[in-house]
Design a protein around this ligand. Structure first.
Ligand SMILES: [Fe+2]
Length: 218
């Protein structure tokens, strides 16, 4: 099975198999196990929502935490080096900065996977965004509900999501369930960050507003 990226190049299953090995030095063992679990979850969600994009979803999942092992300082340096440091970057919480630097690393070290869909899903996997795509949403949700996540809220979200899906009659209903689940994850993330008095990303707030006003995937 192979799928074309926007440049017309082909992302093959063989490239995915190799990617699984290539990402290893970038991740701790624990993060690697999580990443492989996100890949499986994203593929399962992809089979339900966009079977023609499963290979690309696997690539996005494998690359989503690629910058996670770097220190905050290293990441700021990386950003400075690529000339995109600005006020928005300074607003980003240290725990979320890896979503900004991952696209830089993908373009530098894994350019054959640097499609706009993969870069966007990786960039917004911690915050979501207003007008996020179904592709973005699958990576966002897979990261949150993959089975090695042991927080109650993740386990509950996973259980509820798959339970609701069972009663969905058609594609339209399945998409509604995805949208509702994304909104509920965004809201609980917002509540969690507020309770911890941690900086809240404007993208997360914008995403909550967008979906709570009935916004759809773009
Ligand atoms: Fe992750």
């Amino acid at each position: 099975m192979e799928q074309k990226n926007e440049a017309g190049a082909i992302i093959t299953q063989k490239m995915i198999d190799e990617l699984r090995v290539r990402i290893k030095p970038y991740l701790t063992d624990k993060r690697y196990a999580h990443t492989i679990s996100v890949e499986k979850e994203a593929a399962a969600l992809g089979e339900i929502y966009m079977p023609e994009r499963v290979v690309e979803l696997r690539a996005a999942a494998l690359l989503h935490d690629i910058a996670k092992k770097l220190t905050y300082e290293n990441q700021l340096n990386l950003i400075a080096e690529f000339g995109i440091i600005n006020d928005t970057i300074k607003e980003i919480a240290p725990a979320a900065i890896h979503a900004v630097t991952a696209p830089i690393i993908i373009k530098r070290d894994f350019p054959e996977f640097a499609t706009s869909d993969i870069l966007s899903a990786v960039r917004y996997h911690t915050t979501g965004r207003a007008g996020m795509t179904k592709f973005d949403a699958i990576i966002y949700l897979a990261d949150y509900i993959e089975p090695t996540r042991d927080k109650d809220v993740c386990i509950q979200t996973r259980r509820l999501f798959y339970e609701k899906l069972k009663s969905a009659g058609d594609e339209k209903e399945r998409v509604v369930i995805l949208r509702e689940t994304i909104l509920s994850v965004l809201r609980s993330t917002l509540a969690y960050l507020t309770s911890k008095k941690v900086k809240i990303e404007p993208d997360t707030e914008a995403a909550v507003r967008y979906f709570s006003r009935g916004g759809d995937f773009t």
